[in-house]
Design a protein around this ligand. Sequence first.
Ligand SMILES: C[S@@+](CC[C@H](N)C(=O)[O-])C[C@H]1O[C@@H](n2cnc3c(N)ncnc32)[C@H](O)[C@@H]1O
Length: 279
Amino acid sequence: MTALSDTVEADRALKAKHRAIWALGDYPTVAAEIIPDLGVVLVEACGIGPGVRVLDVAAGSGNATIPAALTGASVVACDLTPELFDSGRERAALHGVEVEWHEADAEALPFADGEFDVVLSCVGVMFAPHHQAAADEMARVCRPGGTIGLVNWTPEGFVGQMFATMKPYASPPPPGAEPPPLWGDEDHVLSLLGERITDMGVRRQTVTVDHFADPGAFRDYFKSRYGPTVNAYRGIAEHPDRVEALDRDLAELAARHDRGIDTTVMDWEYLLFTARTRI
Ligand SMILES: C[S@@+](CC[C@H](N)C(=O)[O-])C[C@H]1O[C@@H](n2cnc3c(N)ncnc32)[C@H](O)[C@@H]1O
């Protein structure tokens, strides 16, 4: 095999692995129960309304797609993990909205240049391993003068810290794969989109999570439902001491962020980034 076909094959294997991870557990329930507000926040920040052509990149089960479609916009949802679309289709039908669903890698979008008025991603594109390639694709399919909108977990916030907590327990990423929470750093996003954007809006905000009775309940919920966490536990299943340590680390993380009195209440920080593409 040539060096080029080796690279293509390695990327295909990495994406297949990522798809399998996001299909683990029950991500649609996590999105619906824990972070439904994030999609709404992003749709409002992008000023989406009737007739606007929207692409939701790494849409999952439609956390931002459905609120966008509810405004009367024409919405295309794409994601690496089509296993999540059944739930998205059910939710779209329940809300009486039409959505087009496409299996697609954010680093190679199957859409034409300038096809959309708004290209957005809600804690989604950050998980594509090659940040520049994914940013280039989002900018390419957005029309000149259109809007790019992003919600990304910050490295310092709860979810950024959750990934840092799980890192010593998971197999290392292959060379060249960049860490997802970097997309929560405004300078990183600016460097990715560069000269192509103007009128940037950058805000660090939090979403309040009060779904869990206590830190252990948070840990158990993510351990069984959130793909990356389920995967981390799978990798150490033969080592009870490591399972016990990760159990302890995740519960301690939630306890450190807990400002609740009778139940656990946490504020999870994200970066809300909007910009217009230059004409
Ligand atoms: C945390 S979920 C977010 C889903 C949805 N946007 C939401 O707000 O609930 C991350 C999503 O990124 C998708 N994803 C990961 N890598 C991807 C890639 N290379 N291309 C497209 N989607 C990807 C996963 O399949 C998953 O649906």
